[in-house]
Design a protein around this ligand. Structure first.
Ligand SMILES: Cc1cc2nc3c(=O)[nH]c(=O)nc-3n(C[C@H](O)[C@H](O)[C@H](O)COP(=O)(O)O)c2cc1C
Length: 370
């Protein structure tokens, strides 16, 4: 029996993940995020994932010109949610490991053991350079830096005192209490797509996010096996639902009518400037004229039944352990997902012996109380 977890990629940047002037326009306020969290919890989702972004990409849609800070936002969401897991992004370059270890332990306690962290080395170098925090040659050692940082953080969570004399960090008999309530520590998430990034995830993570790239599932699982580990692999998908297949396709075409080519070009230029191993794959994805956003993953377009069928197929064929969803309208589409798609998805997955994460968690809670 396999389990499929469902997540919401929280729209913590202006207009969510869509670069289109015909998409709904909104600012990432806490009022919006709290409403989405409540709907996701009610609909049976397993986690909310918040990215960390420090610059936008402009264009007519003003893509990500405003982004709220995900760790602070998750701490606030912890107080107004009950059971859903909260994943927030941290870039090691921006937080001293002792500060981060304590912040994460604090939110783990606030949330009653529901917090996890996505450790990134920076989507683009540009957004870190503007802060003047990038060490000389960082591109060549960014995952080494993250590896040492995370190793230190994990040791701070599991040891009484830590003395560490490394390449990047020196700690002397350092104390960091209280420890997180999840043992040995909260879940670690990775979203690197280069081989180095995937190896970092294989070594450290509980979840690896790979966007819409099914071919990476076996790839990262093979790296994890070399480390004697296993991890869950998560996909990203954009739900474009309608009352019929035609209505959904019309909705998608309307989004394409307002495609913000300038914002796409700005994002592509930023990736090209970095010229990483992962850049080519990411820019060719964005150059596809039918791609309408960034972070959205692959669009799944159709009636509620078609979407349930296609999601079940993706989960079955590509062996994803989790699917993180984005929506055109995070309020109305999330309501529709809970009412119209979730039950059909659950029934279809059951035929393939796959259960939804919430049902597995509810059975575990019931067994605990029996
Ligand atoms: C689902 C997903 C979420 C991501 N979230 C962030 C983020 O919040 N902040 C960030 O700087 N990078 C984020 N990234 C970018 C990755 O951390 C990574 O830089 C990118 O996949 C390129 O891989 P590489 O760094 O291994 O070259 C995300 C990537 C994916 C697929």
């Amino acid at each position: 029996m396999r389990t499929l977890e469902l997540g919401v990629f929280m729209p913590v940047g202006t207009n969510g993940f869509l670069m289109s002037t015909t998409a709904p326009r909104y600012q990432p306020t806490f009022a919006l995020e709290r409403s989405i969290a409540a709907l996701a919890e009610e609909a049976g989702f397993d986690f909310l994932f918040s990215m960390g972004k420090w610059m936008g990409f402009g264009g007519r849609s003003g893509f990500w010109e405003q982004t709220i800070e995900p760790v602070v936002m998750s701490a606030a969401l912890a107080g107004v949610t009950n059971r859903i897991k909260l994943f927030a992004t941290i870039n090691p370059l921006l937080f001293h490991p002792v500060v981060a270890a304590k912040m994460i332990a604090t939110i783990d306690e606030i949330s009653g053991g529901r917090f996890g962290v996505n450790i990134v080395t920076g989507n683009t170098l540009e957004e870190l350079e503007q802060m003047g925090v990038v060490p000389e040659g960082y591109e060549s050692f960014r995952y080494e830096y993250a590896d040492e940082w995370l190793t230190v953080v994990k040791q701070l969570w599991t040891q009484q005192r830590l003395t560490h004399d490394g390449r990047f960090f020196q700690l002397t008999n350092c104390v960091c209490d209280p420890k997180p309530i999840q043992k040995p520590y909260p879940p670690i998430i990775s979203a690197g797509l280069s081989d180095e990034g995937l190896r970092f995830g294989a070594k450290h993570s509980n979840y690896q996010f790979v966007g819409a790239r099914p071919e990476k599932v076996d790839h990262v699982k093979a790296f994890a096996a070399e480390e004697g580990r296993d991890l869950k692999v998560s996909a990203n998908m954009l739900i474009v639902a309608g009352s019929s297949d035609q209505a959904a396709h019309d909705r998608f075409e309307r989004l394409l009518d307002g495609r913000d080519n300038e914002a796409f070009d700005n994002l592509i230029a930023s990736f090209e400037r970095d010229n990483r191993d992962s850049s080519e794959g990411r820019t060719s994805f964005l150059r596809n004229p039918r791609m309408i956003g960034f972070g959205t993953g692959a669009p799944i377009i159709g009636s509620y039944d078609t979407i349930a069928e296609q999601l079940a197929q993706v989960a079955t064929d590509a062996k994803f352990d989790a699917i993180q969803l984005t929506f055109i309208d995070f309020i109305d589409d999330l309501k529709d997902f809970g009412r119209q798609i979730y039950p059909g998805l659950k029934a279809r997955l059951a035929r393939h012996d796959i259960r939804l994460g919430q049902d597995v968690a509810a059975s575990a809670r019931a067994a605990e109380h029996a």
